[in-house]
Design a protein around this ligand. Structure first.
Ligand code: SAM
Length: 233
């Protein structure tokens, strides 16, 4: 069988998230899952309807969609793809998409790796990974989203000049992710460059940043968010 490497990865599954569903959905949320989601689903064609968009952004693990919907509302001439396996989060985002009449979002209810495997090389301008599940116990590190093969996939789908934005408040995950991003950068001869001049860069949130639910929780609980930007050269 001759399978492209990024398609092969979809076959080899690692379970990366905790809950797939929480409280029962409201009637309206359930209706949005049944009616709106099929119209804007990102798999199998994540870029459909985006031919005239000047930029395309992917948000991985958008939670309840606060950041994704904010960016999409601010930038109607850009396309946004969101992936999230938590049903209640997707339902909440769909309700917001309908209420705000946003037409520039595609949603995948499930693992982002299904979206990545459908994307061609060099098609995205920006990827957000905001507060990924930290999996703090060493025996669960293998569930962390940031792994060497995952970074390769992110790099593949970014355009030259495209940015990966990664934020986390969990220091052991910050160290883990940074070590892997920098190793990838070094192994590729500096093809993925950390945009940094000093400490303030990783302590300063992204421009026009509306924050996210998990970031608010981090501040409430006294943790410091760290923000990283890597650019594909
Ligand atoms: C800690 S929450 C952060 C949510 C949101 N980004 C925020 O900052 O409020 C991490 C999210 O990543 C999602 N997630 C975990 N594994 C994922 C995967 N393989 N693909 C897409 N999303 C994933 C989880 O379901 C969860 O909603």
């Amino acid at each position: 069988m001759n399978v492209e490497p990024h398609k092969e990865r979809r076959i080899e599954r690692r379970k990366l998230w905790g809950r797939a569903q929480g409280r029962p959905l409201s009637r309206h949320q359930a209706e949005m899952i049944d009616t709106l989601l099929p119209k804007i689903k990102a798999v199998p064609a994540p870029l459909s309807g985006f031919a005239d968009k000047k930029r395309v952004t992917l948000e991985i693990g958008f939670g309840g969609g606060e950041h994704l919907l904010f960016r999409a509302g601010e930038n109607p001439d850009e396309g946004f793809i969101g992936a999230e396996p938590f049903l209640n989060g997707v339902a909440k985002a769909l309700v917001g998409i309908e209420a705000r009449k946003l037409t520039n979002i595609r949603i995948h209810l499930g693992d982002v790796r299904a979206v990545l495997s459908e994307l061609p090389d060099c098609c995205l301008d920006c990827i957000y990974i905001l507060y990924p599940d930290p999996w703090p116990k060493p025996r669960h590190y293998k569930r962390r989203l940031i792994q060497d093969d995952f970074i390769e996939d992110l790099y593949r789908v970014l355009k030259t000049g495209g940015e990966l934005r990664f934020a986390s408040d969990i220091i052991s995950y910050v160290d883990w992710a940074l070590a892997r991003f920098l190793r990838f950068s070094s192994n590729t001869g500096g093809a993925f460059v950390w945009q940094v001049d000093g400490v303030q860069d990783w302590l300063t949130s992204y421009e026009g940043w509306p924050s996210t639910r998990y970031e608010a929780k981090a501040f409430r609980e006294g943790r410091t968010p760290h923000y990283f930007t890597f650019v594909k050269k």
